[in-house]
Design a protein around this ligand. Sequence first.
Ligand code: NAI
Length: 249
Amino acid sequence: MQRLQDRVTVITGAGSGIGLATARRFAEEGARVVCVDLDEETGRAAAAEVGGLFVRADVTDEDDVARVFATAFDTYGSVDVAFNNAGISPPDDDSILETGIDAWRRVQEVNLTSVYLCCKHVIPYMRRQGKGSIVNTASFVAVMGSATSQISYTASKGGVLAMSRELGVQFAREGIRVNALCPGPVNTPLLRELFAKDPERAQRRLVHVPLGRFAEASEIAAAVAFLASDDASFITGSEFLVDGGISGA
Ligand code: NAI
């Protein structure tokens, strides 16, 4: 019997980066994985690779999100884990003086409103089951200033952290655990895209990582698997930092 045996797990942003690595890890640990992504090609490929189900959805669209969890439940009979992870990087110049209102709103929609929608639509299933684990992807920037002028991105991740704490406390006695995962910089397409625009930024960032490197997505996936599993049965409402020591420095 594996740690996540038969746990029905919905992963948003499963087509790439952290979501993809997590889909692989959960499949290895015996879970039934529902891969959700806006990108049909990568999402479908991820689901095929892990022997799971693909649901194409835009996590900013409430009807899409409702359909995701209904499909998971109708297919497998429960929804045990939700990894609400899809997100986008900040606009090119995300300083408070430059970020336009449309870019600001878009980042809040994809990074924060999506998490609100996913929690809103998965909690009713988990309540009926009397158990469930939700992991929402925030970031280390939610807990500390990073001096990188990512105002819309940082605010969205702060919102994810606060909402996760609140829900963790609110639903603890119903057997639903909710945690905010706070990764440091992770070697994924999102980060590579950011650094391609400003190569020096990678070096500036690296200086602040005590472990001296960026994380691999599989290292973040290992933390998600732990938080989702019964090994984390006393952990809820937490800011779970997987940041190579950045916040401790
Ligand atoms: P990624 O860009 O590799 O993957 C994100 C996935 O989300 C893509 O497959 C994309 O198609 C999907 N997606 C984007 N918008 C969507 C939408 N509206 N509906 C459905 N799917 C959508 O990014 P990565 O690095 O794996 O990031 C995942 C999460 O981790 C994000 O929330 C990001 O903010 C967060 N994060 C990433 C860090 C990093 O250094 N890479 C550090 C801390 C947090």
